[in-house]
Ligand binder design. Sequence first.
Ligand code: NAP
Length: 441
Amino acid sequence: MFGEEKSVGVAVLGLGNVGSEVVRIIEDSAEDLAARIGAPLALRGVGVRRVVADRGVPVELLTDNIEELVSRDDVDIVIEVMGPVEPARKAILSALENGKSVVTANKALLSVSTGELAQAAESAHVDLYFEAAVAGAIPVIRPLTQSLAGDTVLRVAGIVNGTTNYILSQMASTGVDYETALADASALGYAEADPTADVEGYDAAAKAAILASIAFHTRVTADDVYREGITKITPADFASAKALGCTIKLLSICERVTDDEGQQRVSARVYPALVPLKHPLAAVNGAFNAVVVEAKAAGRLMFYGQGAGGAPTASAVTGDLVMAARNRVMRSRGPRESRYAKLPVLPIGMVSTRYYVNMYVADEPGVLSLLAAEFAKRDVSIAEMRQEGVADEGGQRVAARIVVITHRATDAALSETVAALEGLDAVHRVASVLRLEGNSE
Ligand code: NAP
């Protein structure tokens, strides 16, 4: 079953940031890994686009024929670290259909195809592991699927995208605007040439879908996740946040919610939010990630560390490799996909949070009561209203900057209120609307 030497045959697809570190760990820690697994690992091949010498592995191990590599008889486990969705999906399905266990770090693929991949693993009675797909080196998938398997997870909220956390941390600490912080992140290699997936929240939404699926035993895809990015956040928002004892973070939030009819639902959403400085996520700065899990019996747990990078991600990948290899040696399997709960997804309009609304209005008597009336009409209760100085538009005192903090209200009620405010002659513009998280009032 494991080839001539009873070793566990491994194929690695991708030799980039992550793949090259995975290969290095497999080679450098060969003896330890063999002792932990109960059999040695044997690297059978590495799938790449460019089959050339000097890539750090013997050239005879390299191949651009992925289909052939994942169906070889002497391969037991396929590690997919090439991305993106295609050709990774085709390669993983082919590997699973050929009876190979699969380890992947591909969050973009998992967030759209979990069901299909899990089904293929199920049919072939093999493992599908993906610890590295969320928050790099930080163990969060295994704690949710195994350590907390006996508990009821209520909420998983975190900072799971290092690029945006770096940008927001820079804006908070130096007062620079979004464009300057993004340029800084690019120069330091924290942002890709096309940063859309990060700054528009797609990457965080993919991870939210994966986290919500496993936390709530329900299939949630990226399309089910409400998403807003960070591109509209301004230094003025940070100044207001500071005045309120908060900072701004891009949060991925997955929640078990009971609706008005008593039906349990799943809410999965990604947006920039005001977070009180005393909340543990407020202290997560730079490219670091953190995930806070709240479970009925366990209470609050926090996981913190490096959410990306070749070596940290390879640590999670090789952890999964050891699990899958042990299962092969023991002729057993790890946990399967759990989706028995089948909870419906809560539409964003029904999600209830607190809000920060920042607007520029006419600097005239009676305007504040006009604004307050629009909130009251839609049952959005105001917790605080501040006039933050008088804005100078074109050298004239014509506008006041008003910041409103609400009590909990539904997204639908808040959206209607904002639309009504924008229709008032006295309101020059609603400059920003952000949620306030980590505070239950
Ligand atoms: P990368 O540096 O761009 O490397 C991709 C590798 O895959 C390259 O070696 C490339 O071959 C190979 N490849 C791509 N398309 C291929 C194809 N069609 N056929 C054969 N080989 C192909 O990517 P990475 O940063 O290592 O990321 C890999 C995966 O891990 C992605 O799914 C990513 O989302 C995930 N991930 C990455 C991180 C991170 O910090 N980097 C963290 C978590 C998850 P060539 O070298 O020949 O071009």
